[in-house]
Design a protein around this ligand. Structure first.
Ligand code: BES
Ligand code: MN
Ligand code: MN
Length: 468
């Protein structure tokens, strides 16, 4: 049987696929950092070449930002079309001195490959390229039509992708999207993620005197930007985790009773969770469980805070300015722009006239919840069982993947979020890694997925032209 041939090929060529992945991990494709422009281009070209080698007709699409890799291998109009999404960009490696081995020199140790992007998202993305490669090489054909969209701006908000989707609705028409860029529920517990939080973010700058001032000579008569900023951002969230911005909760979709019961039934050890993250107690809205707070409720976090003198010893100044980067995780049906409007209003109302406030808006995306009853979800379940040897649990997650809402809104396509990573993989942190077992199992699950999706037949909800 051809699936057996594809499976065997994937298993026998595991080391080759791992070598390819390591080559990709060697390219420092940090989208946030303009110094890596050329590396972004190189990473896009590498992905293009690997997809082409897998038998997928592939090209680079130039954008205002970084190139999008588009590929397709179409077999027959009678079969379903899967739209695979991934991202080749990675987070900055900082703080670099905390890495055991350099972030862009991938090494295998302790059963994992260690490098920035190993789990988010190069390793996970690569499982699908390897699975398609295995099918086309060993079986000669794929059971479904596949299209690939691999972007380079996910970690900075997927700005160019939206335009690409809008301009190419026919080209991208599909029955289902597949994204591996999330996590399993726990060790040995694979998951299908049916919900993600959205995000909206801003940078708040408070400016005071022309330059730093002696705090003895001027203190008490000139407003201190650091003091003001601390008060302003302190006013955003209460000690109970409740966000204090007027109107913030107006659109928040409540969690249903049935869902609350289902989430409460997931194995969760609070003490182990606290130990793992290294905090003495949890934080947040007391009437919600920790999983609900992380997956189904909005949150507000300062991501960075800079002002004044932070070197050795004391230095008595009133700093000239203070800056905070702040992000809000959102849930359906909150609108990222409306939330940012409310936040800006909140801050301006509270900002004293003794300083000036600059509010810079970042790109955001809404939260999503996906229907779990579809035939494709069942197919994904069976594929995961085949690849991982265990049944997946249904979870939501707190992170954001902007494309998922865009696929729904622009293409009318729902996404299967099949995450092969683990929350302990140190994504966005020093010492990011991807378990070789997860790489192997993810690849085998992907091999099985194309076969399982084919069995579902075409389920296209609406053609792209029906959605105006
Ligand atoms: N892969 C993550 C999102 C993720 C991680 C979802 C783990 C669920 C579990 C993605 O690359 C990411 O980091 N997204 C950003 C999006 C933002 C920059 C617009 C995020 O969530 O911060
Ligand atoms: Mn990712
Ligand atoms: Mn990420």
């Amino acid at each position: 049987m051809s699936i057996e041939a594809a499976k065997r090929y994937a298993e026998e060529h595991f080391d080759d696929f791992l070598d390819d992945l390591k080559q990709l991990l060697r390219i420092p494709s940090v989208s946030a950092d303009p110094r890596h422009r050329e590396d972004m281009q190189r990473a896009a070209e590498f992905v293009r070449d690997r997809l082409a080698a897998a038998g997928v007709e592939t090209r680079l699409v130039a954008t205002d930002g970084f190139p999008i890799v588009y590929g397709e291998r179409l077999r027959s109009d009678d079969r379903p079309t899967a739209l695979v999404y991934g991202h080749y960009d990675v987070q900055p490696p900082d703080p670099v001195d905390q890495w055991v081995s350099p972030p862009f020199e991938p090494v295998v140790r302790e059963g994992c490959v260690w490098a920035r992007g190993a789990t988010d998202d190069k390793g996970q993305l690569f499982t699908h390229i390897a699975a398609v490669h295995s099918w086309t090489t060993a079986a000669g054909e794929l059971p479904v039509n596949v299209k690939f969209v691999i972007e380079g701006e996910e970690e900075v908000g997927s700005r160019s992708l939206e335009t690409f989707l809008q301009d190419n609705r026919e080209l991208l028409s599909a029955d289902v999207a597949v994204v591996s860029d999330t996590s399993q529920y726990g060790d040995g517990i694979p998951a299908i993620t049916y919900g993600l939080r959205g995000i909206t973010a801003c940078e708040v700058t408070v400016r005071g005197p022309r330059q730093d001032l002696h705090s003895g000579v001027f203190g008490g008569a000139v407003a201190n930007p650091a003091n003001v900023l601390a008060r302003l951002i302190g006013s955003l969230v209460g000690p109970d985790g409740r966000i204090a911005v007027s109107g913030f909760y107006d659109a928040v979709r409540p969690i249903g009773e049935e869902e609350r019961r289902r989430l409460a039934a997931l194995p969760f050890d609070e003490q182990a969770f606290l130990r793992e993250v290294g905090v003495p107690a949890s934080f947040g809205e007391p009437e919600f469980s920790i999983l609900e707070r992380r997956w189904c409720r909005p949150s507000c976090d300062v991501n960075g805070l800079v002002s004044g003198y932070t070197g050795e010893g004391p230095k008595t100044i009133i700093p000239q300015s203070a800056v905070a980067k702040v992000s809000f995780r959102l849930v359906p049906d909150q609108d990222p722009d409306a939330v940012l409007d409310a936040v800006e209003r909140h801050l301006r109302e509270r900002c004293p006239p003794a300083v000036t406030l600059q509010f810079r808006r970042y790109h955001g995306c809404p939260g999503v919840v996906i229907d779990t009853d579809s035939a494709f979800m069942q197919a994904a379940r069976r594929a995961i069982r085949a690849g991982f040897g265990a049944d997946p649990v249904l979870i939501r997650e707190g992170g954001s993947i902007p494309v998922v809402a865009s696929f729904r809104a622009i293409l009318g396509v729902d996404t299967l979020l099949l995450g092969w990573g683990r929350n302990s993989d140190n994504l966005h942190a020093p010492n990011e890694h991807f378990h070789l077992d997860d790489f192997r199992h993810g690849m085998l699950a992907s091999v099985a997925l194309w076969d399982e999706l084919a069995r579902c037949g075409r389920q296209r909800r609406q053609s792209a032209t029906d959605i105006a």
